[in-house]
Design a protein around this ligand. Structure first.
Ligand code: C2E
Ligand code: CA
Ligand code: CA
Length: 617
């Protein structure tokens, strides 16, 4: 038996106990590295060092292919001339044993590099650097996908010794283990960081991403913009059509947002119906506003879900910052801005104040100035008297806001109300108007305790849930009877369904409601009659042609007659001549307002006019 064993020993090369120990040690070391989450890069270094140490005249490399299909080389002893040939190459420039091993999914040998067709035009370079033979084995990652190769170049035309092959194969398996571990970790991270409903990243990785974007921005002098996108009234969809439909809406909104941003930009599902878009490399907030507008338009396109046609809108809060800001600050500012956007009426943008200093663009400049004007109390109310035609006496006035602009003089509402609406400043401005009007009408008690004030509210103000509270609190604070306040709503604001509901809220305070600019929209008196409105204010356009005897303005006379038949009072505004006044009297109009009586002016001038007995019309 002994001789057989001896023979065997001669046939099979002597096992090298040192090599076995080295393998076990290597395995243990790599296992520890992987268990402690060392990256595959680090593991590769150890493995290559081991190969280079133990394969005589060998120089090894691990080559992997990245997401962009570019080769990456990890090697310690490859000559730079060779490394640069292999590293960073796109698919059509791959060559040699490692490329062949990946394509064939198996071991590839080149015993004579000088003669091998695999080395093409690079043969000379390899031979010159004493790399005469090569062995490569593919590296397989998760799901059996080949992700790279391990290659050893030898300084002689030879094959590897069996013990070298053992080591090489062991190194290959360990490298694969490290790769698979990396991939699993990445998959897990991806899963943790992605929202299954929309496929978007969730807020998990947002802060880090934003921090990185800000760091890059600091280096380049760019800005980073945060858009906080919030779906309007999703609860309505959930409540009426069910949560499954709500989910479909969220997924569709996510999709539409994603289509409006550039490839490198980040879209994150921040919460239930909230998304955050991070735009890198922004010069001015105006660019971000353009993107926000695009997103809003895309989302507002009709949407068909489960046989139901829906129109979804979003509100967007914007802010920008550069490297000196923190990720959390920007997220908070975006959130604060979206809250303001919601208050300004749904389906709008609002830019956070801090972003306004860095602005480019006239329009945004005006927003900045407007905000300052509000802060600096540059607004005043002008009063335009209203005459009761039965008595010819001034019985009330409309409060019309003016901006005493330090540079531009007194500005009328058409110059700044649209800006205020767009910039989300209208709430502040309207609160001021409401409080100031009530305060000033209270001051009228000495002159005429029944004197009334008409306050203009835009549609966005009417739908504000807290408007009723603001007005009620102002009335209480100044002890003003609610009948002395008339709220004027333009005819166009009636188009909004929620408006009718809020009208009831206001009416329940005891104030009167008037429809302003009547006749310029499409509402009929029959519709107005269903609303808690008691006054119709006919637009001055209908005065055209009115003669002193009441004829010549058929639409005006029909509207007045019908309003009275429905139990409504009437105001006609824009009265400029005595003849018009006579005509209105003949039609039985309740009140008239216009330059004939007075142009809008300060309260003081109105008081002196009223105290003057001649002010009877
Ligand atoms: P409005 O409510 O229809 O106000 C009447 C406008 O007609 C006022 O312009 C007034 O100055 C002008 N006017 C008055 N009498 C005559 C006249 O005899 N002839 C002519 N040609 N015009 C006359 P103003 O003050 O520029 O206001 C414009 C609009 O701005 C108002 O239209 C109102 O819709 C809005 N507005 C005014 N104050 C406020 C406010 O405090 N809040 C809101 N949301 N809107 C306001
Ligand atoms: Ca008005
Ligand atoms: Ca009007």
């Amino acid at each position: 038996m002994g001789s057989v064993e001896e023979t065997a020993l001669h046939l099979v090369p002597e096992p090298d106990p040192d090599a076995d120990v080295a393998l076990v040690r290597l395995r243990a070391r790599i296992a520890t590295d992987i268990a402690s989450d060392r990256r595959s890069d680090h593991v590769f270094e150890t493995l290559i060092a081991e190969l280079d140490h133990r394969i005589s005249g060998g120089r090894s490399a691990i080559i992997t292919i990245d997401d962009a299909d570019q080769s990456r080389v990890r090697a310690s002893n490859l000559p730079p001339a060779i490394a640069t040939l292999i590293h960073g190459a796109s698919r059509r420039r791959w060559f040699g044993t490692w490329d062949a091993a990946m394509q064939r999914r198996g071991e590839v040998l080149a015993i004579e590099v000088a003669a091998s067709s695999l080395y093409r035009e690079h043969r000379g370079t390899f031979v010159e650097h004493g790399m005469l033979a090569a062995r490569a084995v593919p590296l397989t990652g998760r799901h059996g996908i080949v992700v790279g190769a391990c290659v050893t170049y030898l300084d002689q035309s030879r094959v590897l010794e069996p013990s070298e092959v053992d080591l090489f194969d062991e190194v290959t398996s360990l490298a694969e283990l490290a790769i698979i571990h990396d991939q699993s970790r990445q998959e897990l991270l991806d899963r943790i960081r992605h929202d299954p409903l929309t496929g978007l990243e969730n807020r998990e990785g947002l802060e880090e991403k934003l921090r990185r974007a800000l760091d890059t921005a600091r280096g380049h002098g760019w800005n980073v913009a945060v858009l906080f996108v919030d779906i309007d009234d999703l609860t309505l969809v959930n409540d009426s059509l069910g949560h499954a439909t709500g989910d479909l809406v969220i997924a569709e909104v996510a999709d539409r947002i994603r289509r409006q941003v550039l490839v490198g930009d980040t879209v994150v599902r921040f919460g239930g119906d909230e998304f955050i878009v991070v735009l890198e490399r922004i010069d001015a907030i105006a660019e971000a506003v353009t993107t926000a507008d695009r997103i809003r338009t895309a989302i507002a396109r009709p949407l068909r879900i489960a046989d139901t046609d829906l129109t979804i809108t979003v509100s967007i809060g914007l802010t920008i910052g550069t490297g000196d800001r923190t990720a959390l600050e920007l997220i908070d500012e975006g959130h604060a801005a979206v809250v303001r956007a919601k208050q300004a009426g749904r389906g709008t943008n609002a830019v956070h104040d801090s972003s306004l200093d860095s602005l480019a663009g006239d329009r945004l400049d005006r927003e900045v100035r407007l905000r300052e004007g509000i802060d600096h109390h540059e607004f005043v109310l002008f009063w335009q008297p209203k005459v009761r035609l039965e008595t010819g006496r001034i019985v009330g006035a409309e409060a019309l806001v003016r901006w005493e602009h330090p540079d531009r003089g007194i500005l009328g509402p058409d110059d700044f109300i649209p800006t205020a609406e767009r910039a989300g400043l209208i709430d502040d401005l309207s609160d001021w108007v409401v409080w100031q009007a009530v305060r000033e009408v209270a001051a009228f008690a000495d002159v005429d305790p029944d004197f009334s004030v008409a306050i203009n509210l835009s549609a966005s103000q009417l739908t504000r849930p807290d408007m009723q509270y603001q007005l009620g609190a102002a009335l209480d604070s100044y002890d003003v009877a609610p009948e002395r306040v008339i709220v004027e709503l333009t005819e166009s604001s009636l188009a909004d369904d929620t408006v009718a509901e809020r009208m009831d809220d206001l009416r329940s305070l005891g104030v009167r409601l008037a429809i302003d600019d009547f006749g310029t929209g499409y509402s009929s008196l029959a519709y107005v009659q269903q609303l808690p409105v008691s006054i119709v204010k006919v637009d001055r356009a209908f005065l055209v042609g009115l003669a002193a005897d009441g004829s010549g303005a058929p639409v005006l006379s029909a509207a007045v007659a019908m309003a009275h038949a429905l139990g409504l009072s009437t105001t006609v505004e824009g009265v400029e001549t005595r003849s018009q006044l006579a005509g209105l009297r003949n039609l039985g109009v309740t009140w008239a307002q216009g330059y004939l009586f007075a142009e809008p002016a300060t309260q003081a001038s109105l008081v002196s006019r009223m105290l003057d007995e001649s002010s009877r019309w």
